[in-house]
Design a protein around this ligand. Structure first.
Ligand code: UD1
Ligand code: MG
Length: 451
């Protein structure tokens, strides 16, 4: 069965008090809408349509970055959830299959839940996702008759008896796409809020002799983000879910409460993560890696058997091959480190490549920036870079070459050569003894004068 997602994301989100549209506020390093889209992706949709409105330009620009296949339609004025879903009508022309309505500000709906809804569609024409609310408050109430969903009543339109119902509407709804659009064409705004309610769909369907039902999920899945406080709470929920997932995937977390993940973090089995590690977006870690305490990683790839940290920073474009060692106070940016190479202490490697088995001494800096342009440093295989070497890029160090400690390397070093780029040492016999004697005598004379 083909499937189309309709993701509602036109609302203002005024309670965020922000210039940024609500669905672009991040949790787990990714905009809220990316979370909703990921849940929907579990249904393997043939078509995804996002309904934009407030901040449409910004939202559409972000959608383009997430996935160029995403379609967007505009709801220029927000007349309600039913009106929003109806904007997808033209984008759905010629599409045959089911449509699923999701909210862009509701990040935790599980793919498995959506799959259960699809299964329920075999028995009924319209399926709504409901939940038992601890505090039903302003949620729409699901009025049921046995397994059938009679109708959805918005809190503002409900009778006192209906307000006693605790089975509430999550907002997620699934039906045949053409049927849904036909029903949405018929809804009116004759209600307490003067809005076109998506929630009128089940009742209209029943009037046409169709069947309707409810699939339920945990309330935690339906949590929406409306305020900064809810955004912070959602971040917490996201992180605890991500930690639980890491455990299931065979990852060891020394102090899980201090490991922070992004939506797209991927970590292989038998990797060990020390305390206080932050994974920004775009990180993949293979199996059997050790990330020690206090590391920050972003947009990088770490291959199997590597060791990183403590206190290391992997910035965008850091690419570590198998069995590499990156030690304390080392920063790697836009650089490849080939198999078995070691960068163990106090070093900056940027815009560079380091060949297999090379050893980069403490305090090495690739001087990659001349104030205007960035330049590359190429280090061959089996190279030994002495401590405190400044590699002034563009520069190439040949295979098996060495640099002396404290060298400033400004020109290429041939294969197998030793490069010394520092002043020659000179020893002045007896100089230190004489200097010290003279200094002490001067001090004694000065003290005598003062007394
Ligand atoms: C809606 C449901 C309610 C349910 C609740 C769950 C309706 C009428 N009510 O109420 O039954 O319990 O969600 O959270 O559907 N949106 C648009 N365009 C609009 C209006 C809304 O895109 O014109 C989007 C919003 O950006 C948001 C979503 O639709 O992502 C839900 O809208 P919201 O105003 O929060 O609906 P509720 O009043 O919470
Ligand atoms: Mg809402």
């Amino acid at each position: 069965m083909s499937c189309a997602l309709i993701v509602l994301a036109a609302g203002q989100g005024s309670r965020m008090n922000s210039d940024l549209p609500k669905v672009l506020h991040p949790i787990g390093g990714a905009p809220l809408i990316a979370h909703a889209l990921r849940a929907g992706a579990g249904l393997e949709p043939d078509l995804t349509i996002v309904v934009t409105g407030h901040g449409a330009d910004l939202v559409e620009a972000q959608l383009g970055k997430l996935d160029p296949e995403l379609r967007s339609v505009r709801q220029n004025e927000q007349f309600g959830t039913g009106h929003a879903a109806l904007q997808a009508k033209w984008a759905l022309e010629g599409f045959e299959g089911d449509a699923v309505v999701l909210y862009g500000d509701t990040p935790f709906v599980r793919s498995e839940t959506l799959i259960r809804m699809r299964e329920a569609r075999a028995q009924s024409d319209v399926v709504v996702l409901g939940f038992e609310a601890a505090n039903p408050g302003r949620y729409g109430r699901l009025v049921t008759d046995g397994d059938e969903l009679t109708c959805i009543v918005e809190a503002k339109d409900a009778t006192p008896e209906e307000l006693n119902i605790t089975l509430c509407n999550s907002g997620v709804l699934m039906a045949d796409a053409t049927t849904l659009m036909t029903l949405l064409d018929r809804i009116s705004n004759n209600n307490a809020q003067g809005e076109y309610y998506l929630t009128d769909v089940p009742e209209l369907a029943r009037q046409d002799g169709m069947t309707t039902s409810v699939v339920t999920c945990d309330e935690a899945e339906t949590l929406g983000v409306n305020t900064r406080a809810e955004l912070a709470a959602a971040e917490k929920i996201f992180q605890s879910r991500a930690r639980a997932e890491a455990f299931e995937n065979g990852v060891t977390l020394a102090d899980p409460a201090t490991t922070y993940f992004s939506l797209d973090t991927f970590i292989g089995r038998d990797t060990e993560i020390g305390p206080n590690v932050v994974f920004g977006p775009g990180v993949t870690i293979e199996t059997g890696v050790k990330i020690r305490a206090f590391c920050h990683l972003e947009d990088c790839h770490v291959s199997r058997g590597a060791t990183v940290g403590p206190f290391a920073r992997l910035r965008p474009g850091a690419e570590l091959s198998e069995n590499t060692h990156i030690g304390n106070f080392v920063e790697i940016k836009n650089a490849t480190v080939a198999e078995g190479a070691k960068v163990n202490h106090l070093t900056y490697v940027g815009d560079a490549s380091i060949g297999a088995r090379s050893n980069i001494g403490a305090g090495t800096v690739t001087c990659n920036y001349d104030g205007v342009f960035k330049h590359r440093t190429e280090i061959g295989e089996d190279v030994f870079i002495g401590s405190d070497t400044m590699l002034v890029a563009p520069v190439r160090i040949g295979d098996g070459a060495m640099t002396g400690s404290g060298s400033v390397i400004t020109s290429d070093v041939p294969d197998g050569a030793l490069a010394l780029g520092r002043a020659r040492q000179e020893n002045k016999q007896g100089f230190a003894t004489r200097l010290m004697r003279n200094l002490k005598a001067a001090k004694a004379r000065k003290a005598g004068k003062v007394d």
